[in-house]
Write a protein that binds this ligand. Structure first.
Ligand code: 6PG
Length: 475
């Protein structure tokens, strides 16, 4: 009998999704290219090593794999983003028929996904580009899925995706058709950028607690547990609690991990996109820069020797600072989510993707790396057509906590701790809640040295003025 679904790529994610699908009774074929110079057959090995896959058909020949699938074929690629995808598509399309569906479940750039969909459309092949979040465990037990692209293709694979996706609090699958073109991958890119800033925010919070307040990792973990209980939890906060208390040979493992943060580049893509769509996305930009700075370890070691750290006074009573820190943490998270969703909103409008922010938040409310009670709340915020900052529930919180964030950032910076995401969020909210900014001086400078012109208060914004600054008179 033929299989009803196929997966290409038996890396961690491909294998875990295969286990998930097989566990739901889907008749499955899996394929992994033969790795040159290696004896073993990767797909076969996956079956041997995972009892959950015992009824799955494994292939290392693409033609046989394709042959094993019922038509229209539904094939999910779980292989690294980049040119490998194009190469795989080129090999695959020779065996496919009109009406077959290919899904790219990797972290591809959305512009590539749009191009690939258009190219395959000419061949009659339906291309679905899908964001997948949740890491290995998510993929196995229920990921958050963000499919976009060919709607007809989506309709064919929807029943499979619904089976394997995580379920939200109401039991609905954390999956929805995001929109046309590469919008699924665009939304996944923003997902990851929210993830970047959330991670960096936790790192900054940890830094303050451990090295400014001088709390033990256990105490920090306990404090975070309290935050979680009071509604400020998240998947990332939870795993960070476990990370802090994890010991290896009696030592905290964290203290043995080199502080070089890697990245696959998706955060940087999002910064570029934010620029292209003219969306100020400062917390993300700072989170990406923080990873870059972390990677300059040798330079940091050298410069610390040159510019010795100035001593600071460890606060006697950490309690009031911890209280402030929690308020600041909550506020930065709201801002980080706000800017992320603003980027989605803006891109959706410009590209005419008709994105549904509430559905996107719902898709991220379980299974995803950025799932949290805040995300659940955002489902309602967007459903009622408000935005995060001015929604009835968030607005008073933001009003009351701006000052507290300023206190925390000020105190941390004075103690010599870098707080890039916290301070950029503070700058963002202070700037965004200020009607009159000093950008009039920027405009005057531009006009002074370059004759770029400026608009005047009370006059049409269509009209530009130029001044002969040196002559001291207006033209
Ligand atoms: C997810 C994650 C995942 C991401 C890795 C590493 O939602 O499951 O976002 O897709 O690829 O966590 O990303 P970086 O290497 O860029 O940190």
């Amino acid at each position: 009998t033929l299989s009803s679904f196929g997966i290409i790529g038996m890396g961690v994610m491909g294998k875990s999704l295969a286990i998930n699908l097989a566990g739901h009774g889907v008749k499955l074929s899996i394929y992994n290219r033969h790795v040159e110079g290696e004896e073993e057959k990767v797909a076969q090995k996956a079956v041997e090593e995972n009892p959950e896959l015992k009824s799955v058909k494994a292939f290392d020949q693409l033609a046989d794999f394709v042959e094993s699938l019922e038509q229209p074929r539904k094939i999910l690629m779980m292989i690294p983003a980049g040119q490998i995808i194009d190469q795989q598509i080129a090999r695959l399309e020779t065996f496919l028929d009109k009406g077959d569906v290919i899904i790219d479940g990797g972290n591809s750039h959305y512009k590539d996904s749009t191009k690939r969909q258009k190219y395959l459309e000419n061949e009659g092949i339906l291309y679905v580009s899908m964001g997948v979040s949740g890491g290995e465990e998510g993929a196995r037990k229920g990921p958050s899925l963000m499919p976009g692209g060919a709607k007809e293709g989506f309709d064919l694979v929807q029943p499979f995706l619904e089976k394997i996706a995580a379920k939200d609090k109401q039991g609905r699958p954390c999956m929805h058709y995001v929109g046309q073109e590469g919008s699924g991958h665009f939304v996944k890119m923003v997902h990851n950028s929210i993830e970047y800033a959330e991670m960096q925010l936790l790192a900054e919070t940890y830094n303050l607690m451990r090295y400014y307040l001088q709390l033990s990792p256990e105490a920090i973990s306990q404090e975070w547990k309290k935050w979680e209980k009071s509604g400020s939890g998240s998947f990332l906060l939870k795993i960070s609690q476990n990370i802090l208390t994890f010991k290896e040979d009696g030592d905290f493992l964290l203290d043995h991990i080199l502080d070089l943060a890697a990245q696959k580049g998706i955060g940087g893509w999002a910064v570029n996109e934010a620029m292209d769509f003219h969306v100020p996305y400062s917390p993300l930009a700072e989170a990406v820069m923080a990873r870059l700075i972390s990677s300059q370890k040798d330079k940091r070691i050298h410069l610390e020797k040159v510019f010795k750290k100035s001593p600071f006074k460890v606060p006697e009573d950490p309690k009031p600072i911890l209280e402030n820190l929690k308020i600041a943490y909550d506020l930065v998270r709201m801002i980080n989510h706000d800017v992320g969703f603003e980027l989605i909103r803006e891109a959706g409008e410009q590209k005419q993707w008709s994105l549904d922010l509430s559905e996107i938040a719902r898709t991220w409310s379980s299974g995803s790396i950025i799932q949290s009670p805040l995300m659940e709340e955002l489902v309602n915020v967007f459903a009622s057509n408000s935005d995060i900052l001015t929604s009835p529930k968030m607005e008073p919180l933001i009003k009351n906590s701006r000052k507290v964030l300023a206190i925390v950032v000020g105190e941390g910076l004075m103690a010599g701790m870098a707080l890039p995401v916290m301070s950029s969020a503070l700058n963002y909210i202070l700037s965004m809640t200020t009607a009159d900014s000093p950008a009039n001086l920027i405009q005057a400078q531009r006009d002074y040295f370059g004759g770029h012109g400026y608009q005047r208060i009370g006059k049409s914004r269509e009209k530009f003025f130029h001044t002969q600054w040196k002559a001291g008179k207006k033209e």
